[in-house]
Design a protein around this ligand. Structure first.
Ligand code: PRX
Length: 632
């Protein structure tokens, strides 16, 4: 046994059992190899997957920051996630286990069955004239068809744009219009905490202003009555009965750098940006990170509670696990419906071995007390993980003790829509500190810089940047390369600006503090102040508004809005509630403000920029700081 290193603060060392089980035992050795030989490290990983043609160059930096990976290679991620497994015993292994929110139905798919489903969906969307490079919007709840749809698009080379089913008309419409999608794949509805969400109706409302959409495929999930527009709308089960749906669909041979998907996410200003990922690099990044960090083996049952509408669902519910040939558990519902033991019950019932979730869910479930998880046998678990926001040590320890029974290491994975895969994360053999994502993943170097770009001292807060390219990095913002360069590569040329502030301790462990821009993280969901403000401004009473994020015990951050009313409107409790409802209806229930406050005049700089910093301080009763740039 190597001696435990002396480290600062509270440290949890891996148990001998964890070390014995881990596929990767020597973190230092792999880290040193990747540090000295970045391309060699990624090339070795890439070789574990199947390529129709090998690359000429691993990393092409000639047009940085438009980095390219595996140039010259021909590949398709769907081939690797599905078809590749037909040659092994995994053909008969479970790929997806799905359970409905109400627990009344359960569906399972072997890799063989998954292949059939993907072929079927691919045949159908191809028959609708969708070809390589076309955009397809996918808007569904957590049902297996959402994964089939993503893989089907990938198989024929179409670019998918998944929109989270918790978003509403404004968000969906903006994303369909910006992507100029020709096809929308949706379901009649979805179930959320026992309530029906009318997805298809939201699609109908959104399509009033989206002329590019020619067809809508509707998967029957809830079975309630919905209007179907002749020629445009098609039931998926009807399409499946057509001869065209049968048989294998040819897999499109893609360049490694061809787009795989776009995913809209909120930035510092303006409308959401479409982050673009590619077939080759994204495949290698998600495959490798999941393999090492969650130590996947064939006997595992991996459950990532994220929704496919966010990057975590893309990388670690759909692509990463399937690329690894793992068994994925997909649950339609949330953690506490009908009772707060729902998740624990599922872990027991399905023998989940690796459980990956968000701090906000842990905090919410903690509140219900230990009796709920203690009713269940959670002994199948061997690894836990968190993502999306900083985890407070109290929640970490609860998760570790009550759910992991002090034997499951917690992988606190820091990453972003833009990074595609884990960037700062432990692996099971790394000593853990509650609240820290530990160190950068193999091949990555993270720095913490001051305003001028100088590294700050250990312990001090600064801007978190990544200094080395990685395969699953975003390639650009779809249709807006300038915004890509300005947003990520201009503040410190040659270094990727994450938008987070962080500090590093003397053991080289990173501690994320939070966003430094106008992004709000509500229950781990990434929302932009601009989106919330644009929803508010469409209300007749609103002259101007500003949204900010305030600390919240369970959600991490909660949305607080300051509203300046138009003349003739009075600031009443009812109006405040109406405005909250308005945002929920237009943007989505996840964006519903916690509070709306009325203000006579928003604090602005002389150049007209809203000083959110001042509002934040005011809302929390903190000193308002330097007000010299204030307009008046
Ligand atoms: O602020 C960081 C926070 O989530 C942001 C990225 O959000 P999104 O693109 O929606 O992706 C979330 C899932 C990968 C980051 O800039 N964040 C993500 N993971 C962590 C985190 N903050 C602290 N700890 C984490 N593990």
């Amino acid at each position: 046994m190597p001696e435990k290193p002396a480290m600062e603060g509270e440290v949890y060392f891996p148990s001998p059992e964890t070390i014995a089980h881990a596929n990767l035992k020597d973190w230092d050795e792999t880290a040193a190899f990747a540090r000295d030989n970045l391309e060699g490290f990624w090339e070795k990983e890439a070789e574990e997957l199947e390529w129709f043609q090998k690359w000429d160059t691993v990393l092409d930096e000639s047009q940085a920051p438009f980095y390219k990976w595996f140039t010259g290679a021909k590949v398709n991620i769907a081939h690797n996630a599905v078809d590749r497994h037909m040659k092994t015993f995994r053909k008969n292994k479970l790929a997806i286990i799905w359970e409905a929110e109400d627990g009344k139905s359960e569906r399972t798919f072997s890799y063989y069955a998954l292949q059939r489903e993907v072929n079927r969906m691919a045949n159908i969307i191809k028959s609708m004239g969708i070809t390589k490079g076309d955009r397809v919007t996918i808007y569904m709840g957590r049902i297996p068809e959402i994964v089939f749809a993503m893989l089907a698009c990938a198989k024929i080379g179409a670019i998918h744009s998944v929109v989270f089913g918790g978003f509403s008309v404004d968000a969906l419409q903006g994303r369909i219009a910006d992507s100029e999608s020709k096809l929308v794949i949706t379901s009649d509805g979805s179930m959320q905490n026992g309530k029906l969400v009318e997805l298809k109706r939201i699609v109908d409302d959104s399509l009033r202003h989206c002329p590019t959409v020619e067809n809508v495929i509707v998967v029957k999930r809830t079975g309630h009555d919905i209007p179907m527009e002749a020629m445009r709308d098609h039931w998926y089960h009807d399409l499946c009965a057509l001869p065209v749906a049968n048989g294998k669909c040819a897999t499109e041979v893609m360049d490694a750098e061809d787009p795989l998907f776009i995913l809209y996410t909120s930035g510092s200003t303006g409308k959401p940006k479409a982050i673009l990922h590619t077939h080759g690099g994204y495949m290698v990044g998600t495959y490798t990170t999941l393999k090492y960090v969650f130590d996947l083996n064939d006997e595992d049952r991996f459950w990532c509670t994220a929704d496919p509408g966010w990057i975590t669902g893309h990388s670690y519910l759909a692509y990463g696990p399937l690329l690894n040939g793992a068994t994925v558990f997909l649950f339609e519902g949330g953690p506490a419906y009908p009772y707060p033991n729902r998740w624990w019950q599922l872990i027991e019932r399905f023998g989940i071995t690796i459980f990956y979730t968000a701090p906000t869910a842990i905090r919410a479930l903690m509140r219900f007390g230990e009796a709920w998880p203690n009713k269940h046998d959670l002994s199948s678990l061997r690894l836990l993980g968190t993502v999306g926001e900083p985890i407070n040590p109290e929640a970490w320890k609860w998760f570790h003790r009550v759910i992991g029974k002090e034997k499951c290491p917690i992988m606190d994975t820091w990453w972003q829509t833009e990074t595609g895969a884990f960037m700062i994360t432990p692996t099971p053999v790394v000593p853990l500190k509650p609240g820290s994502g530990t160190r950068p993943f193999f091949g990555q170097v993270a720095e913490i810089l001051d305003e001028e770009g100088n590294p700050v001292e250990d312990g001090a807060e600064g801007y978190l940047v990544l200094t080395r390219p990685w395969p699953s990095m975003l390639r650009t913002i779809y249709k807006d390369p300038d915004r890509y360069v300005k947003g990520y590569w201009s503040k410190y040329p040659g270094k990727y600006l994450t938008g987070d502030s962080a500090r590093r301790d003397k053991d080289g462990y990173y501690w994320i503090i939070g966003r430094v821009d106008d992004v709000i993280k509500v229950s781990g969901h990434r929302l932009g102040t601009a989106e919330i403000e644009s929803a508010l401004i469409t209300h007749e009473a609103v002259a101007e508004s500003a949204a900010i994020g305030l600390p919240h015990e369970v959600k991490g951050q909660a949305i607080s809005c300051f509203v300046q009313l138009k003349p003739g409107f009075a600031p009443t409790e009812k109006l405040s509630e109406d405005l909250r409802q308005h945002v929920s209806k237009h943007l989505g229930p996840i964006a519903r403000p916690e509070e709306v406050r009325f203000i006579d005049k928003l604090p602005k700089t002389r150049s007209g920029k809203i000083m959110r910093r001042v509002l934040k301080a005011r809302a929390q009763g903190l000193p308002e700081g330097d007000l010299s740039t204030l307009e008046d």
